[in-house]
Design a protein around this ligand. Structure first.
Ligand SMILES: *[C@@H]1O[C@H](CO)[C@@H](O)[C@H](O)[C@H]1NC(C)=O
Ligand SMILES: *[C@@H]1O[C@H](CO)[C@@H](O)[C@H](O)[C@H]1NC(C)=O
Ligand SMILES: *[C@@H]1O[C@H](CO)[C@@H](O)[C@H](O)[C@H]1NC(C)=O
Ligand SMILES: *[C@@H]1O[C@H](CO)[C@@H](O)[C@H](O)[C@H]1NC(C)=O
Ligand SMILES: *[C@@H]1O[C@H](CO)[C@@H](O)[C@H](O)[C@H]1NC(C)=O
Ligand SMILES: *[C@@H]1O[C@H](CO)[C@@H](O)[C@H](O)[C@H]1NC(C)=O
Ligand SMILES: *[C@@H]1O[C@H](CO)[C@@H](O)[C@H](O)[C@H]1NC(C)=O
Ligand SMILES: *[C@@H]1O[C@H](CO)[C@@H](O)[C@H](O)[C@H]1NC(C)=O
Ligand SMILES: *[C@@H]1O[C@H](CO)[C@@H](O)[C@H](O)[C@H]1NC(C)=O
Length: 825
């Protein structure tokens, strides 16, 4: 939720004191799990994904089976999914079991599924199975692909909680369904984690249990004989909280925005220096949950008040537990009677006089939570469970402020006591949507694989949009920018370089290069973009928007890239981009003018690139086609930029996201390589030729060595650049969904014609007859060399530069002779 929105709202309603610079933090005792397994299935080795260390199950004794299961790799992987645990899986046509030696007590079980087609003939649609754990059924006849599609996600992540008795192991059995032949079961990742005793279960000695909604004086206990399945977990009114920032239990907390249905629900940041934990244990929820609220957002008059409403789809036939987290921080609230409200759950009155200040024993800034149980009966498959808050109005002089609020919310499904099952039905199949793709938008990558990634429905336009995204930047020539250094701003974070790196050899400490890169205040950025006016917007993407703005007394156009606030991944890429670009100066790299990191905003300022992306000029637009010589010159420039990264700069830097939309053009058609958010410092020292890392990059450009073996080398960029060369030659994208299979993948399609000596069949029609045959041969041979499977055999970027310059010379000399190019037709 944008802070501007919150700030204006607060300005007008004076509800809460909004804190824009929220850098306070209270030391919170985190929980340390005793049992802690993070297993990547079908994987042999250890891999760190930035959040946690995944251990392969291949050599582990955790694994038993009735008949052999197999391990296999995904045939293709969307770029939105992390390579660990999703590239590999354990799969079987018969039952298999993992058996974990754990201490007695309550445990989180987290299951990671990536429904896709796997090697050895495991088809995506044939994954259909039951999962049991000790006495509980977690999933029954689970159609993995259907569930992923229904969530518009590539992956399915489910969290359970069960209790393990003294002397028991924790078993997880995967059993293919027998309703049809050739169905199989699979799993990509398993996480088992201890949790504090009775964090969610009922301590029957000390507590009455959960208030059962709609029954007077009825209470419901969650005993050790029950299991739970997490349905929702929200940081209400705040940003997503990644597992790493939880209180040691690796839970992720999401923003609730998509579930709010009432219009007046405002999210608000609170200046909460007073926050202290006394009533709830410190680990109950991470600190930021209690620092943001969603409230009615107005001192409404009686007749104008509506319910503050959320709606959550859930399966019918279960009892659900709702945990509501509160923390009263409203400066106006002083007396116990100041803010009293109703709570309705599923349209039934759950609380008539919710009074947070009273619950926290009159102390402000003290977190509390309230648990409720609600039974969802009925025949409908999916039920829309509502939560509504409403100020007390019956007794008009009772509550001083007509307001209601919520800080956090968790919803769990409770296992059916008869069947011990938590399994619900499969969702209804989606109507056939021609464009639903498994290769979603690259910019939606998340660092946390457990976050369900929503794939924009019309992915076909998404793919186009994605590539529109990165249009901005450059010209490093003496742009005189107003000096806007702010000492305060510069030291806001001490960058920890490359937190996703597994070992130390690529880590280096570095402070912000403030001498090379300017700091802008948020007010300067606002002034330059007329407060982020849509009129100035020139690009949109998963990371946020790009605006064209003016600095230097409105004379110099700049591209202003505003990252979405709150994303861990975004914050990391933001730092990387500043670190990299501010130290690199080259005619063929975009120049970073400065940045702004204030009010939780992450903004990058580049020189404006008048002609947009290379792709904008080779296909899919109305721009006039470029001549062959222009194309060669652009390719040479881009290759020189990459060569500088690989060999010329202080470090050998791997760009990792070379593609035709990351090559930008200035008004003089000079090519500039852009977007260093994924760039990595490459291997150093003679002994190292590659680094192992999780796979990132863009679909269609991924080096097979990198993609299959996680071996990232300088030659991974050479491969991607080879794809760009083919795009330039053929005037089409790396991947075409709409055509015959053998034509869909640009690389394979060209390779076929090249091997048959018919490369001219693939040439962009607008170039036909204009390319000298020698030039074409040199160029296409070079491109094919860049695309060789074995990275060692690919040319270096320097050799690519030479090859392209040679192709240009051949073209020029052909044009200077009497050779009649038209004869080619
Ligand atoms: C936040 O509250 C503290 C203590 O009440 C106060 O000193 C500080 O100025 C406040 N910060 C803002 C930005 O309002
Ligand atoms: C789990 O154990 C590993 C070491 O085995 C440790 O690095 C990691 O931090 C632990 N996770 C949690 C949540 O404590
Ligand atoms: C549930 O089991 C845990 C340990 O397994 C125990 O500490 C706890 O007291 C039990 N709870 C109840 C209500 O029996
Ligand atoms: C778990 O599996 C082991 C080995 O198959 C078995 O001996 C044990 O009884 C199982 N435990 C539970 C709780 O099902
Ligand atoms: C599972 O769902 C897919 C659609 O994603 C469907 O094609 C397939 O037939 C379903 N499998 C079974 C066994 O019903
Ligand atoms: C596999 O597991 C299912 C469900 O747990 C069970 O019904 C079936 O008997 C098991 N099959 C074998 C061969 O053990
Ligand atoms: C929570 O943490 C604070 C600060 O570390 C500590 O003073 C307090 O005792 C803790 N409270 C509980 C209930 O653990
Ligand atoms: C809210 O409305 C009541 C009744 O009109 C008024 O007395 C009170 O001052 C208002 N409070 C605020 C903060 O505006
Ligand atoms: C708020 O929701 C409750 C429960 O659904 C309903 O009874 C009540 O009429 C609603 N109030 C308003 C003002 O909409």
């Amino acid at each position: 939720m944008s802070l501007i929105g919150a700030a204006t709202a607060v300005g007008t309603t004076t509800l809460y004191l909004c804190l824009c610079l929220l850098y306070l933090s209270i030391a919170v005792d985190a929980y340390t799990p005793i049992d802690n397994f993070t297993i990547s299935c079908g994987f042999d080795g250890i891999s760190f994904d930035g959040d946690q260390t995944w251990t392969g199950d291949m050599r582990s004794k955790l694994f038993q089976q009735d008949k052999p299961s197999v391990t296999a790799r995904a045939l293709a992987q969307s770029s939105s999914t992390n390579s660990v645990p999703y590239t590999t899986a354990r799969l079987s046509y018969s039952n298999f079991t993992y058996s974990f030696p754990v201490t007695p007590g309550q445990k989180f079980i987290r299951l990671y599924f990536y429904p896709t087609s796997y090697e050895q003939g495991f088809e995506r649609s044939k994954a259909f199975f039951t999962v049991t754990s000790n006495t509980f059924t977690l999933l029954r006849d689970f159609n993995a692909s259907l569930n992923a599609d229904a969530q518009s996600s590539d992956t399915v992540f489910i969290e359970y909680i069960i209790n393990v008795e003294e002397g028991q192991r924790l078993n997880l059995t995967f059993a293919p369904s027998a309703i049809q032949s050739e169905l199989y079961a699979f799993i990509n990742g398993i996480e088992i984690l201890s949790m504090p005793t009775n964090l969610y279960y009922t301590d029957s000695q000390n507590k009455a249990g959960l208030k059962l909604v709609a029954y007077t004086n009825s209470f419901f206990s969650i005993s050790n004989n029950s299991a739970l399945r997490k349905e929702y977990r929200f940081n209400v009114g705040g940003n997503d909280i990644s597992p790493r920032d939880d209180t040691g239990m690796l839970r992720s907390w999401e923003n609730d925005q998509n579930y709010v249905t009432s219009p007046s629900a405002l999210p608000v940041d609170i200046n909460s220096t007073q926050l202290s934990f006394t009533l709830v244990p410190n680990y109950t929820a991470p600190d930021p949950v209690y620092r943001t609220v969603r409230s009615m957002g107005m001192n409404a008059t009686l007749n104008k008040i509506s319910n503050l409403t959320w709606k959550f789809p859930v399966d019918s036939g279960f009892i659900y537990m709702l945990r509501l987290h509160f923390c009263e921080l409203d400066t106006k609230v002083i007396q116990l009677s100041d803010k009293v409200f109703y709570i309705y759950i599923d349209d039934k009155l759950a609380e008539e006089t919710a009074n947070v200040l009273k619950w926290s024993e009159g102390q402000k800034g003290v977190p509390v939570y309230k648990d409720y149980a609600v039974q969802i009966l009925g025949n409908e498959k999916k039920h829309s469970l509502s939560l509504k808050l409403h100020p007390q109005t019956e007794i008009t002089d009772y509550t001083a402020y007509f307001d209601a609020f919520l800080n956090g919310l968790e919803i769990f499904r409770i296992s059916d006591p008869q069947s011990n099952s938590l399994a619900g039905p499969n969702p209804d199949p989606l109507p056939p949507a021609p464009a639903v793709s498994q290769q979603p938008i690259q910019n939606q990558k998340k660092s946390s694989s457990r976050t369900v990634i929503g794939v924009v429905a019309g992915v076909i336009t998404g793919v186009v949009l994605l590539f529109l995204v990165v249009a901005f930047f450059l010209d490093r020539h003496g742009r005189k920018v107003k000096h806007a250094m702010s000492e305060a701003g510069k030291s806001k974070w001490a960058p920890s370089y490359f937190p996703t790196t597994k070992s130390t050899h690529t880590r280096r400490s570095s402070s912000f290069p403030s001498d090379l890169c300017l700091y802008f205040s948020i007010s300067e950025i606002r002034a330059a973009t007329n407060n982020f006016d849509d009129v100035f917007k020139v690009g949109v993407g998963g990371f946020g928007n790009v605006y064209k703005g003016y600095i230097d007394n409105n004379t110099a156009p700049v591209a202003i890239k505003r990252l979405k606030p709150g994303s861990q991944q975004g914050a990391h890429e933001f730092k990387t981009e500043i670190e990299m670009l501010s130290q690199l100066r080259h005619l063929h790299l975009v120049s970073l003018i400065g940045y702004c990191n204030e009010n939780q905003e992450m903004i990058l300022v580049y020189d404006y690139m008048a002609r947009g992306t290379l792709r904008d000029h080779i296909y899919g637009t109305d721009n006039p086609p470029l001549s062959w010589k222009q194309r060669l010159q652009i390719c040479i420039g881009a290759a020189q930029g990459l060569h500088y990264l690989h060999a010329g700069a202080m470090h050998n830097i791997i760009h990792r996201d070379v593609k035709s939309t990351n090559i930008l053009l200035d008004e003089k058609w000079i090519a500039k390589v852009s977007d260093f958010g994924l760039a990595r410092v490459g291997p150093t020292g003679i002994s190292r030729s590659h680094i192992t890392t999780m796979v990132k990059g863009s679909f269609g450009y991924l080096d097979p060595e990198y993609y299959i073996r996680q071996r990232l080398t300088l030659k991974s960029d050479v491969y991607a650049f080879g794809v760009v060369l083919l795009e330039v030659l053929c005037g089409r994208p790396p991947f075409l969904r709409s055509v015959e299979k053998q034509e869909a993948c640009l690389d394979e399609w060209v390779r076929k014609f090249h091997s048959e000596g018919k490369i001219d069949h693939t040439v962009d029609p607008s170039l036909k007859g204009t390319i000298a045959p020698e030039s074409l041969k040199k160029f296409s041979d070079l491109a094919m060399e860049c695309l060789l499977d074995d990275g060692n055999q690919r040319p270096s970027m320097n050799e690519v530069v030479w090859g392209l310059e040679f192709a240009l010379k051949l073209q020029e000399s052909a044009e200077n002779t009497t050779f009649n190019l038209q004869d080619q037709r």
